[in-house]
Write a protein that binds this ligand. Structure first.
Ligand SMILES: C[S@@+](CC[C@H](N)C(=O)[O-])C[C@H]1O[C@@H](n2cnc3c(N)ncnc32)[C@H](O)[C@@H]1O
Length: 686
């Protein structure tokens, strides 16, 4: 486990747990993410801003998107002079004229960046002036967001990116929503834009979910509408089609549903196809602004057409989306636990070097699943150890040592419960090095267990010299990456107390990893601005991300360790794993780590996304960033090299990502350099 620890940012709530975070309190079973639902008024709509707000409220919607200008923009700015575009806006030319209702309004802007304008110096200047003029007005109104379309032609994107960069300071309170169709060809363009803009955190996506949803080249939708080869949705137990998964890694602020993406049911009401429903249901828990837009925004176009929706129609669409939201599956225990901590980076705990706080232990103990697993493991182990004993020998209790017992000794309770289930006598010794935890542990011994049944010892397990050896050694010293809270080093130091045929629970553990694409995690780590923030691992409930390939194992630690070498050399590890990138190119931001643990025999615990122990909340995944996001083409490979290195007083990881098929020299843009050399940015104290 990893307990509560210092948050990496002062603005986010502080979490805690087994390499994990403090769970949110009091989220009811029925909790659902809130729904923000709005409609889009198109250019040329004659209604005033106030009329649109009234229409929005009468449909019980929460926001609207509407053009800033009252007239539809002509296709070019040829008829406007440079002087006109430099002068203040005319009151009559504006549709959004005051900050009234601005918090419920997303102004939309028709820009003029296209193949013609970028080749004509005057038109290019005009397109820039026009954008700045409107951004200036939006900045004046302090609108929370602005919506504008991704240029369709890739050659236009560098100029568009530069113009946006230049205009961003004019809208300090706004985020930019880039309207782009959810289509294969959109992603490289979006990726180019945000890369040119330096991964700006102000840039978000407004994804247009058109009538034709993309499908990967080798994918197959079965006759019953289900998909052959689903991928996991990070931070949940759900799956989705591979061609859509990459969008989960993007900062999707809004989901735009054009009216022509809906079908009409027998009663004449708009409904979505099964695939559309699955897609919308996957995104809804991420709380996007759902925007209904009139017919004509097909998946191949990023600009809306010009037919408005009647109020009666809008209400029908709104009702349907509300129905989808109402009927979302119940939030899982894990999701409720992690609510508010999704994508929130935390420094991994150091339970060996630091003394954990009371609140951290409280968090650990809120996960009944882990303790049920330990109880089952102890019971199975006790049965196995005693099945060949004669009745007379059964009278002598099995000696079980719980090392790192914590303040309330929940693992001691597991041992006693397991012994009861196995009908085997036990004697328990609980060892703890945290003096504050001893206070409550002693009290529990006195008031609940009794001194005859449970002995309490204040000691660092590595230096402890008990009089007798034990049958079973129980511990829980695991971090989000398995061995990253120094379970191997602690258990090596205490394995001399185990009889020759004694058993350690856990018996072994194995870290797993997968490349992760997540501009969110990367920008959160970059934002920290601490030296080495991109060479440090973070415990984080990963959600806004795409695992580009299935997880693979690195190495295994088994206990008792077969041989101990001087200077802890036997606990050094190196592994290299190669991942196939599927049918879509990706931008990799590092790798995500998990672990699997064999407690005893068939009793296991796992945080792997593909076989996570149901409802277990004790561990969040771990994120290892790379300094330079790595572009990988479809069908290529990514190699990850990880070292576990030990020194006299510390243990650390070093890592590098490379492209094994090109053998490109690691450098910015190709692959990462070796990170955290010598543990310079992050290490775990022995
Ligand atoms: C992750 S907590 C687990 C607490 C409790 N066993 C549970 O499962 O809820 C690990 C505990 O091991 C203790 N610990 C870590 N290293 C230790 C050492 N070398 N000797 C004794 N206790 C240690 C910590 O103080 C902490 O209480």
């Amino acid at each position: 486990m990893s307990p509560p620890h210092s948050p990496t940012s002062s603005t986010t709530p502080a979490p805690a747990s087994n390499g994990a975070s403090t769970p949110p309190h009091g989220i009811p079973d029925s909790y659902r993410a809130p729904l923000s639902l709005g409609f889009e008024a198109l250019p040329g709509d004659k209604r005033t801003h106030e009329d649109l707000i009234v229409a929005m409220e009468s449909c019980v919607m929460t926001f609207l998107a509407a053009p800033i200008c009252s007239e539809r923009e002509p296709a070019t700015l040829a008829n406007q002079s440079l002087e006109q575009l430099q002068s203040p806006l005319e009151y009559d030319s504006l549709a959004i004229r005051s900050p009234d209702y601005i918090s419920a309004t997303v102004p939309t802007i028709e820009h003029h960046f296209n193949e013609t304008s970028i080749k004509n110096q005057e038109l290019r200047l005009k397109a820039n002036l026009h954008l700045k003029r409107l951004f200036n007005w939006v900045g004046h109104l302090a609108a929370p967001s602005i919506l504008l379309s991704l240029p369709t032609c890739p050659s236009v994107i560098p100029e568009f990116a530069r113009a946006l960069n230049a205009a961003l300071p004019l809208v300090p309170y706004s985020t930019i929503w880039i309207r782009a169709p959810l289509a294969e060809e959109s992603w490289p363009k979006w990726n180019l834009l945000r890369s040119l803009m330096g991964q700006s955190v102000k840039l978000h996506l407004a994804l247009v979910v058109g009538p034709d949803l993309p499908m990967g080249p080798n994918e197959n939708v079965l006759a019953n509408g289900t998909h052959e080869d689903l991928v996991l949705v990070p931070g949940s137990s759900h799956t989705m089609e591979p061609a859509w998964a990459r969008w989960l890694a993007e900062p999707v602020a809004s989901l735009i549903l054009p009216a022509d993406s809906f079908l009409t049911n027998k009663k004449g009401f708009p409904v979505l196809s099964k695939r559309h429903q699955q897609l919308v249901r996957t995104f809804l828990p991420r709380e996007p602004y759902v925007l209904i837009t009139p017919t004509g925004t097909s998946s191949s176009s990023s600009s809306p057409s010009s037919t408005s929706l009647s109020q009666a129609d809008m209400s029908k669409y709104a009702e349907y989306i509300k129905y989808l939201h109402r009927t979302l599956p119940k939030t899982s225990i894990r999701d409720r636990f992690a609510n508010g901590y999704m994508d929130y980076l935390q420094a991994p705990l150091q339970p060996l070097m630091d003394h954990l706080e009371a609140q951290t232990y409280d968090v650990f103990e809120r996960d009944p699943v882990k303790y049920r697993k330990y109880t089952a493991a102890v019971a199975e182990c006790l049965r196995d150890r005693t099945k060949t004993l004669a009745a007379a020998e059964m009278i002598k209790p099995q000696l079980v040592m719980v090392v790192g017992a914590g303040p309330r000794g929940p693992l001691v309770d597991c041992v006693l419960k397991g012994a009861q289930q196995a009908k085997v006598n036990v004697k328990v010794i609980a060892v703890e090095k945290n003096p504050n935890a001893l206070v409550s542990l002693k009290r529990k011994q006195k008031e609940q267990w009794g001194e005859a049944l449970v002995e309490v010892v204040y000691a660092d397990m590595r230096q402890w010299k008990p009089k007798e050896k034990c049958d079973i050694l129980v511990s829980e010293l695991l971090g989000s990456f398995g061995d990253n809270e120094l379970s191997p080093e602690c258990l090596d130091g205490v394995q001399h107390v185990l009889k020759d045929d004694g058993v350690s629970i856990p018996q072994s553990y194995t870290p797993y990893l997968a490349p992760v694409s997540s501009s969110k995690l990367y920008s959160e780590a970059s934002k920290l601005k601490t030296p080495g923030s991109l060479e440090t691992s973070y415990v984080v409930m990963i959600r806004n991300a795409w695992l580009t390939s299935p997880v693979q194992p690195l190495w295994t630690f088994s206990h008792p360790a077969p041989a101990l070498l001087p200077d802890n050399l036997h606990n050094e590890r190196y592994a290299t794993v190669t991942f196939d990138i599927g049918a879509q190119p990706a931008l990799i931001h590092g790798f995500a780590g998990y672990f699997e643990c064999v407690l005893y025999g068939g009793v296991t615990m796992s945080t792997r996304p593909d076989n996570h122990t149901p409802d277990m909340t004790s561990w969040f995944p771990i994120y290892f960033p790379i300094r330079h996001p790595m572009h990988v083409p479809a069908g290529s490979k990514v190699g990850v090299h990880v070292w576990r290195v030990t020194g006299a007083h510390k243990v650390w990881y070093e890592w590098a990502m490379v492209k094994p098929d090109t053998m490109a020299v690691p450098a910015a843009g190709f692959g990462s350099l070796i990170h955290n050399v010598g543990g310079k940015s992050h290490w775990i104290g022995l």
